[in-house]
Design a binder for this molecule. Structure first.
Ligand code: 2P0
Length: 330
């Protein structure tokens, strides 16, 4: 910053999440309100996460953002919604040394610079927007001394990208679709924390890092418009599946968890006419891209599976042990 000016910064990291009961279809495009509840597992941040630094200074003439080192436009409605909703809730701030004082009403006139990095392929169907918007909203909230609880923050992150509301929490998370037209009750809640089912191992087979051709936003729009199955799925199938999944998670019941996860992945893909595969020793789920997510009941099965996978798809430079780190992802 120029002489006599200051910069205030905050940095945060958010992992991505993998839905086991899928969000697919909106009832309100602008507010991002879904047609059904969804449930996901938030990964540990070592492998798939966004790291975002937000800075504010009187010397910044405008809001700007860089994604993976490249400047991107903030003019989109989703970024604007998140910035507006966080700014609206900003509170008085004073730093520890009492050198910087920002009044609640001053935040409106201060511009932000945002730098975000993903440690995994962006827009390849691995929920990069979930990690990205959760991280942006959470970190901006810290910077601007926002005092909202996690539920409220998740509701703001939802307006950046639907699945982002679930990445506000670790562990097992449910996005409650809500009933209200203004979206104020469409937010995420934590079902169980990350320590609850420690044995569960999630393996993500990245078969392509290329940016996918159809965005989730337009993919689900298409399903809403063309799939006769979608309404039936949202109104009749998912509500009971969500209840069963909550039970399976609570009881760490892998057989039910695997069956529901695979069935839901299949049905979600069936609304967009995709192909399905079965592999019952582990659970699998596919998001809106080509990369397979495999969920093993324990590290022993995960190791056997990894050996087979690595035999078929040998890595160029790593040994097996380097994949077996962290809690929930390999
Ligand atoms: C999910 N997916 O529940 C589902 C399953 C992909 C397949 O949420 O339009 O990027 O930004 O709300 O959140 C991906 O959709 O879509 C997604 P928008 P989003 O994880």
């Amino acid at each position: 910053a120029p002489e006599g000016q200051w910069i205030l910064m905050a940095t945060g990291r958010s992992p991505t999440n993998i839905a086991v009961i899928k969000y697919w279809g909106k009832r309100d495009e602008a507010l991002i309100l879904p047609v059904n509840d969804s449930i996901s597992v938030t990964l540990d941040p070592d492998h798939l996460s966004a790291t975002t630094t937000v800075a504010v200074s009187p010397s910044f003439p405008s809001d700007r953002m860089w994604l993976n080192g490249k400047e991107i436009s903030l003019s989109g409605g989703r970024f604007q919604s998140c910035l507006r909703e966080i700014r609206k809730r900003a509170c008085d701030f004073e730093d520890e040394k009492k050198e910087i004082r920002i009044k609640k009403e001053d935040w409106e006139n201060l511009h932000v610079h945002i730098a975000s990095y993903n440690n995994f392929p962006t827009a390849a169907g691995l929920a990069s927007s979930a990690a990205g918007f959760a991280c942006l909203v959470f970190t901006l909230g810290k910077l601007m001394n926002v005092k909202e609880d996690y539920g409220q923050l998740s509701s703001i992150a939802r307006q950046g990208s639907g699945s982002a509301c679930r990445s506000i929490y670790g562990g097992f998370v449910k996005w409650c679709m809500g009933k209200k037209d203004d979206g104020s009750d469409s937010m995420a809640v934590q079902l169980a924390d990350e320590a609850h089912w420690n044995d569960l191992v999630i393996i993500i087979a990245v078969v392509s890092s290329k940016q996918k051709e159809t965005s989730s936003t337009s993919g689900m729009q298409n399903s809403v418009e063309t799939s006769p199955l979608l309404q039936y799925r949202a109104q009749t199938v998912v509500p009971s599946r969500v209840m069963k999944m909550e039970e399976a998670i609570k009881n760490r019941d892998f057989a039910s968890f695997a069956k529901l996860t695979c069935a839901d992945s299949n049905q979600f893909h069936a609304t967009s006419n995709s192909v399905e595969y079965f592999y019952w020793q582990v659970a699998y789920t596919f998001d809106a891209g080509p990369n397979a997510v495999l969920i093993s009941p324990n590290r022993k099965t995960a190791t056997l599976l990894l050996k087979k996978l690595l035999y078929c798809f040998p890595p160029q430079d790593k040994d097996l042990s380097s994949y077996l780190v962290g809690d929930k992802s390999i």
